[in-house]
Ligand binder design. Structure first.
Ligand code: HEC
Ligand code: HEC
Ligand code: HEC
Ligand code: HEC
Ligand code: HEC
Ligand code: HEC
Ligand code: HEC
Ligand code: HEC
Ligand code: HEC
Ligand code: HEC
Length: 387
């Protein structure tokens, strides 16, 4: 009796394991018909937009019904499923968070890991190390995708201005619509689908590239100031000097004017110049802010790129100030007290600098009245230079 029970138990175990074996084989067979066409199963992705596309090929309807993509916390809903030659092409637009993103594609339980590195400047991106995913690395478009994506005409719902230079490349639009979503301010060559003016390397027709390193050379093709590149001026803003226009401008478009990712008048500036962030706050901890900063912003005085004047100011300091404070236009002496020079000598506090309005007034803000560098009361401000 005991023997029989044992036998039965053993049978049950072997039956279960045989079953499990068949289920396993079946699921492997099933998974074989589900193919991830893009991206690679394990890769590093540099991108500005925090998302990518998963394109999954599915052999038949039953598999399609069971198909599921999970990001661990949630199920991802397909964006579009299209049928061609009895094969389904399931498209997902997948949101990414900086760092490792893990997904499971079922049936089959395939693990997909994407290491997402947000791209703000091409200086910190290296596309040539192994494991970096580039969809267009070897050709413009994979054969299979061509079945549907070989578009030769600009879509009808898309208005394109006739442009005097370059040609439109409508083929990019069907896959890259996302770069126009949520961008209020679009860059003309991108909005006109002239993608290849920036993305095609002359020597390697058929491949799509992203310029590595400095993008300024690209921009200077079309953007010169009176024939001169900002990079050739006397006083250059450091990021411009490095040649990275895209650290501030999105080459396609962005939420703020001039295709910037933050308000270019001041918010953008203080994202790097954090010591000046206080000037934009409601509570400025006793600092009186120069009235113009909350209006015209930093760019009322500074060119964000370069100029012929120190600190990339639009004009020499005194001219700059009297451009708004007209009562002192052309005055070289007599303020704040009779006969006081306004230019000419060296600044006794900073001997390497000319004496000017900014020697006594802080152009950004100050804890003292009239933006002065010291208190007028008791002559403290005068005492900075005179004993
Ligand atoms: C003015 C030059 C320029 C034009 C025109 C342009 N791009 Fe780009 N694009 C760039 C640069 C530079 C990058 C490098 C990354 C960055 O700074 O965003 C880039 C990056 C990309 C990326 C990577 C996406 C990401 O999130 O990082 C895609 C996709 C792209 N471009 C598609 C297009 C398409 C499609 C068009 C046409 C509709 C186009 N580009 C037009 C300059 C351009
Ligand atoms: C059977 C036809 C078909 C095939 C094959 C196909 N696609 Fe698509 N794809 C479409 C259609 C249709 C859309 C537009 C969906 C929409 O916007 O409603 C689309 C949209 C896209 C988008 C844009 C999604 C978005 O965010 O708006 C990308 C990216 C894309 N396809 C990539 C690919 C890639 C890569 C391949 C090849 C591996 C491929 N597709 C194969 C039909 C197809
Ligand atoms: C069949 C769809 C498809 C077409 C057509 C297409 N792309 Fe892409 N492209 C992709 C996918 C998929 C990626 C990977 C990023 C993603 O999923 O959004 C990508 C990425 C890129 C990138 C980032 C670098 C890279 O190689 O991954 C650039 C730049 C780019 N595309 C430009 C273009 C331009 C310019 C055109 C038109 C000449 C174009 N693409 C046409 C599907 C397409
Ligand atoms: C193929 C020529 C071309 C290239 C290359 C180009 N641009 Fe432009 N850009 C234009 C045109 C055309 C306009 C629209 C001009 C206008 O409306 O005055 C424009 C407008 C702009 C504007 C907004 C100007 C305004 O007054 O609204 C900015 C900012 C800009 N481009 C930055 C860039 C940056 C950064 C690059 C390099 C990544 C670049 N551009 C590359 C042609 C180009
Ligand atoms: C530090 C951020 C920053 C960098 C880097 C930068 N820009 Fe700008 N850019 C701005 C801001 C802010 C404005 C808007 C200025 C204004 O409001 O007067 C602007 C405006 C522009 C304009 C339109 C107005 C004009 O002066 O013609 C163009 C074109 C432009 N930038 C191109 C470029 C190019 C090309 C580069 C790279 C060589 C570049 N920018 C680098 C911040 C930047
Ligand atoms: C991406 C970061 C970044 C942004 C955004 C940025 N700057 Fe700068 N800026 C720098 C760096 C780096 C330097 C050089 C180091 C320093 O002086 O702090 C610099 C220097 C300066 C200088 C001193 C130049 C000199 O000759 O000493 C001025 C003025 C300036 N920036 C103004 C601005 C203004 C105005 C804006 C907004 C339109 C802005 N910056 C946005 C990075 C940035
Ligand atoms: C009213 C004109 C004006 C405005 C507005 C202005 N600046 Fe300045 N900025 C100047 C002048 C003038 C100097 C040179 C000061 C000197 O000679 O000591 C200067 C110097 C600088 C410097 C280098 C010295 C320092 O203080 O660090 C930076 C960086 C700078 N400004 C950033 C900014 C930023 C960021 C904003 C916006 C929050 C801004 N500026 C707004 C006029 C202005
Ligand atoms: C783009 C115009 C503009 C420029 C350029 C400008 N300012 Fe002003 N300034 C203003 C505005 C606006 C106010 C606020 C006026 C008010 O509150 O009544 C102001 C206020 C002042 C005040 C305080 C006045 C008071 O009664 O408290 C002083 C001092 C001053 N500016 C000095 C300067 C100096 C020095 C420069 C050059 C470095 C300069 N300004 C450049 C627009 C400008
Ligand atoms: C030697 C130091 C010094 C220099 C240089 C200087 N100021 Fe002043 N400024 C003062 C003092 C002190 C006051 C306060 C005056 C008062 O009590 O009447 C003042 C007040 C002001 C005021 C506010 C009061 C008014 O008259 O409206 C403005 C605006 C001003 N200066 C602008 C300028 C400009 C523009 C320049 C450069 C052309 C300049 N200052 C150069 C010291 C200076
Ligand atoms: C940032 C430095 C600085 C500050 C602050 C300053 N001065 Fe001067 N002051 C100078 C310079 C430089 C001269 C020219 C000296 C020379 O030519 O040797 C001068 C000259 C003078 C003169 C002589 C003018 C003439 O007729 O030759 C008087 C008076 C004077 N200052 C008074 C003041 C008073 C009052 C204050 C305070 C309200 C003041 N200064 C604040 C730098 C300053």
């Amino acid at each position: 009796m005991a023997f029989l029970t044992k036998l039965r138990k053993q049978c049950a175990v072997s039956l279960i394991s045989t079953l499990a074996f068949f289920i396993l084989v079946a699921s492997v067979a099933q998974a074989g018909e589900i193919t991830l066409l893009a991206p690679e199963q394990q890769c590093t992705l540099y991108a500005r937009l925090p998302s990518t596309h998963f394109i999954v090929r599915v052999g038949d309807k039953n598999d399609l019904a069971q198909l599921q993509l999970d990001s661990g916390s949630e199920k991802i809903i397909p964006l579009a499923t299209r049928l061609k030659n009895d094969t389904y092409y399931v498209h997902y637009r997948v949101p990414l968070a900086p760092g490792e993103n893990k997904f499971t594609l079922s049936p089959g339980g395939r693990k997909i890991t994407i290491n997402y590195k947000p791209l703000r400047t091409l200086l910190n991106a290296n596309f040539n190390v192994p494991g970096v995913y580039l969809y267009h690395r070897t050709e413009t478009m994979h054969q299979e995708c061509r079945q549907c994506h070989e578009v030769e005409k600009v879509p009808e719902d898309f208005y394109i201005k006739p442009v005097p230079y370059g040609t439109n490349s409508p083929v990019c639009y069907t896959c890259h619509k996302a770069i126009f979503e949520e961008t209020k301010w679009q860059h003309s060559p991108a909005a006109n689908l002239m993608c290849e003016t920036c993305h095609q390397q002359v020597k390697d027709v058929g491949r799509i590239s992203v310029t590595i390193g400095k993008d300024a050379t690209l921009c200077y093709h079309c953007h010169l100031v009176k024939g001169k590149a900002w990079g050739d001026m006397a006083h250059i803003h450091q990021p411009v000097g490095f040649g990275v226009c895209s650290i501030c401008h999105n080459p396609h478009g962005d939420t703020y004017r001039f295709q910037l990712w933050a308000d270019g008048r001041a918010e953008l500036c203080v994202s790097c110049h954090v010591d000046k962030e206080i000037l934009l706050k409601k509570e400025t901890e006793g600092i009186k802010v120069h009235g113009i900063i909350r209006g015209g912003g930093c760019v009322a005085c500074h060119d964000p790129h370069a100029s012929e004047n120190p600190y990339m100011l639009y004009k020499p300091v005194n001219e700059l100030c009297t451009g708004c404070h007209n009562d002192l236009i052309g005055v070289t002496k007599g303020h704040p007290v009779g006969g006081h020079p306004l230019k000419g000598p060296k600044n006794p506090l900073k001997p390497d600098k000319e004496f000017n309005c900014a020697s006594c007034h802080n152009p950004h803000g100050s804890q003292y009245q009239y933006l002065l560098i010291g208190d007028v009361l008791g002559g403290h401000v005068c005492a900075k230079c005179h004993n």
